[in-house]
Design a protein around this ligand. Structure first.
Ligand SMILES: [Zn+2]
Length: 246
């Protein structure tokens, strides 16, 4: 999947690697399953070259954002980090998700990219807002210039939540992000994020939501809820990426 908004920029490469591409394997390293990317497949299907660098964070549902300014290869370089920002060419920022929101950011004016992972905790903790702040503070990006893509995630049709989470969201984003169906509570995470982004100065027409639900479209995208993947030490994920070409 690609974003219509981001696809307009020729110097940018981005996409969502869903279930049908068998591109990522996993290897156990010190109790952690690390992804092993099949570079041939990445090149063939997504035009990511063998020499391009790949970066991703440990994604612990934090709101920590890191700046990528290294040419060194190496996994686990950003262990407790949920978002990465860079202006380096040929450096790909990846996020992995299986229900949480994958976010891509791009400022064409300053040629700066970012990728973030935001589940309900990330949205509550404002990880997207912190990405915008870093793009502004480190690269003098104008907020009105930032384009954002929001990829496949569990949507309000399926995102059943409990009362505690409901309370937190109503407090922060108002009642419109909650839906009730036959006594159950459902959260609209996309809408919550939209409220947050617009409040922090992003133009609504520059936010491109996929509106694809990982449960409804489970044949194409991994869903931790649908597939009962919680608590397992290793599970397949959707990989969403962005990179600036030379
Ligand atoms: Zn759904």
């Amino acid at each position: 999947m690609r974003s219509k908004l981001l696809a307009a920029y020729k110097n940018l490469n981005h996409g969502v690697i869903g279930r049908k591409y068998k591109i990522v394997d996993y290897q156990l390293v010190k109790e952690d399953f690390l992804p092993i990317f099949r570079r041939r497949g990445l090149n063939k299907f997504f035009a990511i070259k063998r020499t391009d660098l790949i970066f991703y964070g440990g994604q612990q549902h934090t709101n920590r954002v890191a700046l990528v300014k290294t040419k060194k290869r190496g996994q686990l370089a950003f262990p407790r980090t949920d978002a990465l920002v860079t202006n380096q060419k040929n450096s790909y920022l990846f996020v992995y998700t299986a229900d949480c929101l994958p976010l891509l950011f791009y400022s064409p004016q300053r040629e700066v990219i970012a990728a973030a992972h935001a589940g309900y905790r990330g949205v509550l903790n404002g990880v997207a807002e912190r990405v915008v702040k870093m793009m502004v503070s480190k690269f003098q990006v104008n907020k009105r210039d930032i384009n954002i893509f929001v990829g496949p995630a569990i949507l309000s049709c399926h995102y059943n939540i409990g009362r505690n989470v409901e309370k937190l969201f109503i407090k922060k984003f108002g009642r419109s992000v909650i839906k009730r169906k036959s006594g159950e509570i459902y959260l609209d995470l996309e809408k919550s994020l939209k409220i947050q982004l617009i409040k922090c100065g992003i133009l609504p027409e520059k936010i491109d939501f996929s509106h694809v639900c990982t449960v409804c479209r489970n044949q194409d995208y991994y869903s931790a809820r649908k597939e009962g993947l919680f608590g397992k030490s290793r599970f397949d994920s959707n990989w969403t990426f962005i990179g600036l070409k030379q």
